[in-house]
Design a protein around this ligand. Structure first.
Ligand code: ZN
Length: 358
C-alpha cells in the first residue's frame, strides 16, 4: 500500500462517524476494504469486525491485532425545541466544542429522510455579553447546546448520537489532520499491515480485529479476544505526539516511527520481537514507557482467559480527542510495516519460548 493509497484509506475511514456503540458505518468500510485483504470477514454480537488470514504452517499459532473502530461522541439527553442537551460518550473535552459543526443521527419520526444525519452547530454566548471573569472560564458540557434549527428537532430522541465534524485534510510534510484519527489511524495501519502480509510468507494465522466500544470501556476487545483465543496479541492505538506545551517525557516524537509500548501491560517476549522486527528491517520506532494501564485494548486483552502475551504499537498524534487530531502518514505506514514484519517472523518455536521470557 503506497502513501497515496494509505491516505485514501484514512480519508475513507475518518469521513464516516462511529461513536462508541454506533460503529456500523465504520465497520462497513472495514468490511468493504477487507474483501481484498482477508479470506474471512465476520462481525460478532458487539459489532467487532474480525478478519482472518491463514498462515502457512499447520497447526499454526494465532496472532490477534486489535485496533478500535469507535470514536468519542455526544449523546442527546434532552430535546428543547431546536436545541439539544448532551452528554459525552467517551473522553470529550468541552473546551473543544463551542464553534463546532456536528452531525446528529436522529432515530425519531421522519429520520429515514436523513440517512446522512442532520447538521447542527454548538454555539455559545457572544463574547460581548460575557463579563471579564466569564471569558476566562470554559463552558461546561451541561451548559452547551446543539442548535439544529427548530423544525428538525421533533425527529431527535434522547439517546440519539452526534459527532463533531473534522474533515480529513492534508498538511505540509506528509502530515494529515482529521477527527477520529484516534483510532482510525490504527485501523488504517492494521489494514495496511494485512496488505503487506499478502506479499509475504507467514506461518501464523492472523486475526485482525477492528474493535468497538474502546472509548467507553474496552468492551469490544474483551469479547473479541475471548472469542478469537489468540496465542499473542498486539493492540494498535494512538499516543501523545510531541506538542508545544507538553513535556518531552510525556510525549513521543512525531515522524520517528510508531511507538512500541513497554511496561507491565506488555509481555517482554512480544516487545522484544516487535523491536527485533523493526531492527531487522530498519523500520524506525520509538520506545514508549507505560507505567500501568495503557488505556488501550491491550489492557483488556492481556487478562483475557488465562492471560495473553500482549504488545502495543502506537501512532503518535497531536491534539487527541479534538476534531483536529494530527498525524504523520509515514508513521502509520511504518506501523503497518513493523506489524507485518513482526508477524512474518513468528514461527513454530515462538510458543515454546514465550513462557520463559516472562
Ligand atoms: Zn484510542
Amino acid at each position: 500500500m503506497d502513501k497515496t493509497e494509505l491516505g485514501k484509506l484514512l480519508k475513507r475511514l475518518t469521513e464516516v462517524d462511529g461513536p462508541s456503540g454506533a460503529e456500523a458505518a465504520v465497520a462497513a468500510v472495514v468490511m468493504d476494504v477487507a474483501r481484498d485483504l482477508a479470506a474471512e470477514a465476520r462481525m460478532d454480537a458487539l459489532g467487532n469486525v474480525i478478519l482472518r488470514v491463514a498462515g502457512a504452517d499447520r497447526p499454526a499459532g494465532r496472532v490477534m491485532l486489535a485496533a478500535h473502530l469507535d470514536e468519542i461522541g455526544l449523546i442527546v439527553t434532552k430535546v428543547e425545541g431546536g436545541f439539544l442537551h448532551m452528554e459525552a460518550v467517551g473522553g470529550v473535552d468541552p473546551r473543544t466544542l463551542p464553534g463546532q459543526e456536528v452531525t446528529v443521527y436522529p432515530t425519531g419520526p421522519g429520520a429515514e429522510q436523513y440517512p446522512q444525519g442532520l447538521s447542527g452547530y454548538i454555539g455559545g454566548r457572544p463574547p460581548h455579553m460575557l463579563t471579564e471573569d466569564e471569558r476566562k472560564k470554559m463552558t461546561p458540557l451541561k451548559d452547551l447546546r446543539i442548535d439544529l434549527g427548530l423544525w428538525a428537532a421533533a425527529m431527535v430522541r434522547v439517546g440519539d448520537r452526534a459527532v463533531v465534524r473534522g474533515p480529513y485534510t492534508e498538511l505540509l510534510g506528509g502530515r494529515v489532520a482529521a477527527k477520529a484519527l484516534d483510532n482510525r489511524a490504527g485501523v488504517a495501519a492494521m489494514l495496511a499491515a494485512l496488505s503487506y502480509l499478502a506479499g509475504m510468507k507467514h506461518d501464523w494465522d492472523v486475526f485482525a480485529v477492528a474493535t468497538t466500544q474502546e472509548e467507553v470501556g474496552l468492551f469490544g476487545a474483551i469479547t473479541s479476544a475471548f472469542g478469537v483465543m489468540p496465542d499473542i496479541a498486539v493492540a494498535i492505538d494512538v499516543t501523545f505526539g510531541a506538542t508545544p506545551g507538553l513535556k518531552e517525557t510525556e510525549t513521543v516524537a512525531m515522524d520517528k516511527g510508531p511507538a512500541i509500548g513497554w511496561g507491565p501491560n506488555m509481555h517482554p517476549g512480544v516487545v522484544s520481537r516487535l523491536r527485533a522486527a523493526g531492527d531487522a528491517l530498519e523500520i524506525p520506532y520509538v520506545n514508549e514507557p507505560i507505567p500501568g494501564n495503557s488505556g488501550t485494548d491491550g489492557w483488556a486483552i492481556q487478562v483475557t482467559r488465562e492471560g495473553i502475551p500482549t504488545g502495543l504499537v502506537s501512532i503518535p498524534i497531536r491534539y487527541m480527542h479534538s476534531p483536529v487530531e494530527l498525524a504523520v502518514l509515514a508513521d502509520i505506514d511504518r506501523a503497518a510495516r513493523l506489524l507485518a514484519a513482526f508477524i512474518g517472523r513468528l514461527d513454530a518455536t515462538v510458543l515454546a519460548q514465550l513462557p520463559e521470557e516472562v
